[in-house]
Design a protein. Structure first.
Lengths: 82, 146, 146, 82
């Protein structure tokens, strides 16, 4: 089971801040495809991957990164702190 | 080094006065305070979301990088989350060094990295509705300076 | 715009909190505080001499130039003269602008110009004797950045 | 009569912070030569002109600037504020 968390408008489009996902996806991109095939709200959130960022176990990563050994995947738009 | 992520307001002046006190090797202290700006006069609230855990770790790494690179005597980052009203302080950064160029550059660097690498997201609630603040290409490009 | 030249200490934190208050068009406030540094551990006093009249006029002109160039919402300069002990604040600069780059650059500019164009002279009184602080070529060269 | 003021080590070498000088010098450089010919302490203070700055009526000026209409001349080393 993978802990998947969402922030900002990704969270709003998907409709929840986090969920446990039963997945064997090898990479982040694979996980995104799995989620998109599930329901329209995921399709809406992940429509434009270039507008998104991903963190694996709280460190920024790429969409082609492996999920082996990862406990938490986070999806969010580019950060706007400061 | 001090990093605080909090919903409560903070007193920038009191923080500045406490910062790098009692050190005779500090000649220069630079502070930056980010304030909720209401350019169009219709902002009701700025909501700041963050990623607990990752936020603190990401900021600590950025502060550590700046401290090493510019040989800072001390560094401070405070960043708020939650609902903020126009005019309220959002965050502050302070740097202390022997000389002014190090203090200035390190504070500038910290701001550039906090802006694009610390997991915060801003949403503006105006009388016309609400919208997420979009990241600017200029902010991402600013990182290339360092 | 505030310019103060004084022998009395000032409270940098209180000044920062008072600065640019109640303005909704300010998103960024940068402050610089210069502190008497005692690198070698033998500094007894820093004496600062200035040119009354010219000092205020020279600073006002520098502040006016920065305000125009970076569209500052507000700017503050406080500079002390007389005898200062190690760790004491010598001077402070603050800038307020809509965006952080303007506030940072204007504060950096103000410091460069105050350093080499405002008529102050520093003398260090150490346990080994006294000596006037020499101007650095780097400080004069820094002006070419602007 | 010209009001002449000195700061920092220029003041210390000359031994006073200001004085009234009866002069017809046309330029700052002429005034410097006049003062140097007076006494050793002026010679000591003005030995290396490149190490000095001058202000006319409280504005920075060059050593070849005219003294016509000027009330106050100030000599001092490069500034070290901030």
């Amino acid at each position: 089971m993978m802990n998947v968390v969402y922030f900002a408008w990704v969270r709003e489009r998907i409709g929840l801040p986090q969920e446990q996902v039963d997945t064997n996806a090898a990479t982040v991109a694979d996980l995104v495809e799995e989620l998109k095939s599930r329901e329209d709200r995921y399709e809406a959130a992940f429509a434009d991957i270039s507008a998104l960022r991903v963190a694996l176990d709280q460190e920024l990563a790429d969409f082609d990164a492996s999920l082996v050994g990862v406990n938490e995947v986070a999806f969010f738009p580019p950060m706007t702190g400061g | 080094m001090t990093v605080r992520v909090q919903s409560e307001p903070f007193d920038a002046g009191a923080e500045l006065n406490r910062f790098a006190q009692g050190r005779n090797d500090v000649g220069a202290v630079v502070s930056f305070t980010g304030v909720v700006r209401d350019t169009d006069g219709n902002l009701q609230e700025m909501q700041i979301e963050h990623y607990p855990g990752m936020t603190e770790a990401a900021i600590a790494k950025i502060v550590q990088d700046a401290t090493t690179r510019w040989g800072l005597a001390d560094a401070l980052v405070i960043h708020r989350y939650g609902g903020l009203t126009p005019g309220a302080p959002i965050m502050m950064v302070a740097t202390a060094a022997a000389h002014r160029s190090a203090a200035f550059e390190a504070a500038d660097f910290l701001m550039d990295y906090l802006k694009s690498r610390a997991p915060f997201w801003k949403k503006e609630i105006t009388s016309d509705g609400e919208s997420w603040v979009a990241a600017k290409d200029a902010d991402e490009n600013a990182l290339k300076r360092w």
